[in-house]
Design a binder for this molecule. Structure first.
Ligand code: AHR
Length: 534
């Protein structure tokens, strides 16, 4: 009887705990632990994870450039030649490999001559793509390259195909890269005698939509002209020409990959491309209605599910490219990706301003992992966008600046830049809510340029911790360090009043009996650095 009584009490207590757990997703009551074994094969090196996979995108849109980067020479906000110092300092930490500029849709309304010469005499225009905002052109070519130089990054210029001419594009790249021509002398008079390095040259943007609109065949006619007559004269750099490819959302863009790769396979000696751009946002339809904060677990799972669709989108395009280009001469550059939510209330909807939460750090990590798994073909990707716009890494308000959870994800992944992907095995398990089934965890590993092994672990599951065990096979350990980005609420975010609410913390993984053991929190991102002995 007594045992029965106790048993009933125990069951009752469990029921209460289960009940509480329903309303405390992520709380201690709901948590159980999943055990995951990761086998790393340090000798099976895969392709290099091109550092350009961690690229950024900065468009003339909202306060992305004006306010976010450029405050002007007379600003009281500390700046160097008009570019804010706090932002530069933060971006240096990310080792930003390239910044795609000036758009986006804006690129196809941008005329580069508006943005050179004496600032007071520059043409001002109206940014018709984004909120009808005034465009003073104070941030132009030289300011962009000054910014790149200050943060130690490379150039990805998107040329105007939609409303520009082939001659305009040819002149811009000559102005940037030539020596001894009239345009080179003009650059010199404008303060830069040496040619600039231009790593990437985008031939238009979303030419099936805001940058055209062209059918694939119409664009191919333009592409051939722009690629034939736009020349890089700086022999220190092999500028990569990037053609416009599809967007996962836009029905008009379907068929671009097939048409362009077919045209490329049959090309003449006069033109070439080295990259094909893909765009893929997490936005659940248009206009975007997903809230950036104050969402529930189901909404979280829906967004993660959509994000994971990046894998299939790349795989489908890769398969088409493999048919025409089996030797991977043309790379995929996912030069716009990120979460696109409903705009922050009270802001100009054309400015695409949104908060950034722990969910966004998970989204960033999952995208990095997908790009890494496709590293044979994906040689670049650009987060949309760098500052104050969409899934930004930095938010500013006048003189204030905060780093977002997405910033921390980028910073934690820095060692993966140009690292060699390592083969790993693990059981991702399953996280389910209603009809949505997702992998519970995701992991990638790489051998860094410094010779150390790096492992990135994402725990997608918002309710359960996970303990990982990594048998030490094929390498010996000198020491091991780790960092984790965790927040008890999945929509936790940083604000100007509470800038470090979500920030990485050091962890201390244990090594015993020839295994590394690490426990990761729900809805978290962890990066381990395994210092191996020679
Ligand atoms: O990043 C915002 C916009 O999204 C870009 O300007 C455009 O290329 C895409 O549709």
């Amino acid at each position: 009887m007594k045992m029965n009584f106790n048993f009933r009490k125990h069951v009752a207590l469990l029921s209460i705990l289960a009940f509480i757990s329903l309303f405390n997703a992520g709380s201690v009551y709901a948590q159980k632990n999943t055990s995951v074994k990761i086998i790393i094969n340090p000798d099976h090196k895969g392709p290099v994870i091109n550092r350009h996979i961690f690229g950024h995108f900065a468009e003339h849109l909202g306060t992305g450039i004006y306010g976010g980067i450029w405050v002007g020479l007379d600003s009281e906000i500390p700046n160097t030649r008009g570019i804010r110092n706090d932002v530069v300092e933060a971006l240096i930490e990310l080792k930003v490999p390239n910044v795609r500029w000036p758009g986006g849709c804006f690129a196809d309304q941008y005329h580069w001559r508006d943005g050179i010469g004496t600032p007071d005499e520059r043409n001002s225009r109206i940014n018709v793509s984004w909120g009808g905002a005034p465009e003073p052109n104070s941030f132009g070519t030289h300011e962009y390259f000054d910014f790149l130089n200050q943060i130690g990054s490379e150039a990805f210029v998107s040329a105007n195909v939609g409303s520009g001419t082939v001659q305009e594009s040819a002149d811009w790249l000559e102005y940037l890269t030539a020596t001894g021509s009239t345009l080179a002398e003009e650059r010199d008079r404008n303060g830069h005698p040496d040619p600039y390095d231009v790593e990437f040259w985008g031939i238009g943007n979303e030419v099936w939509g805001c940058g055209g609109p062209f059918t694939p065949q119409e664009y191919i006619t333009e592409l051939k002209k722009f690629a034939t007559f736009t020349t890089n004269y700086n022999t220190d750099v092999n500028t990569q020409f990037v053609a416009v490819g599809p967007d996962s959302f836009d029905e008009f863009s379907f068929g671009y990959t097939e048409a362009i790769m077919k045209a490329w396979a049959n090309k003449t000696w006069t033109w070439n491309i080295q990259g094909l751009s893909l765009h893929n946002y997490t936005r659940g339809g248009y206009p975007p209605e997903i809230p950036a904060t104050d969402f529930d677990e189901k909404q979280y799972a829906e967004v993660i599910q959509e994000t994971l669709g990046m894998d299939e989108f790349i795989a489908e395009n890769r398969a088409i490219m493999d048919k025409y280009d089996p030797n991977t001469e043309v790379s995929i550059l996912v030069d716009e990706w990120g979460a696109w939510y409903a705009p922050t209330e009270g802001t100009n909807p054309g400015f695409l301003q949104q908060q950034n939460s722990q969910r966004d750090a998970i989204i960033a990590a999952l995208n990095f992992n997908i790009f890494t798994r496709h590293a044979e073909r994906v040689h670049g990707a650009n987060i949309a966008q760098m500052i104050n716009v969409l899934q930004a890494v930095i938010l500013t308000e006048d003189e204030k600046m905060i780093l977002t959870p997405t910033y921390h994800a980028f910073r934690m992944y820095v060692p993966f830049q140009d690292a060699a992907r390592l083969d790993i095995e693990f059981d991702a398990g399953k996280y389910q809510i209603d009809d949505i089934e997702l992998p519970r965890v995701d992991v990638i590993a790489a051998k860094g340029k410094d010779g150390q092994i790096y492992v990135a672990i994402t725990n997608i599951d918002p309710n359960n911790t996970a303990s990982f065990e990594l048998p030490i096979e094929g390498f010996t350990i000198n020491n091991i360090k780790g960092e984790t980005l965790y927040a008890s609420e999945i929509d936790a975010h940083n604000t100007f009043d509470n800038p470090d609410n979500v920030a990485p913390k050091k962890i201390d993984p244990k090594v015993s009996q020839n295994k590394i053991a690490v426990n990761v929190q729900p809805q978290s991102l962890t990066v381990l650095e395994i210092n191996t002995k020679k």
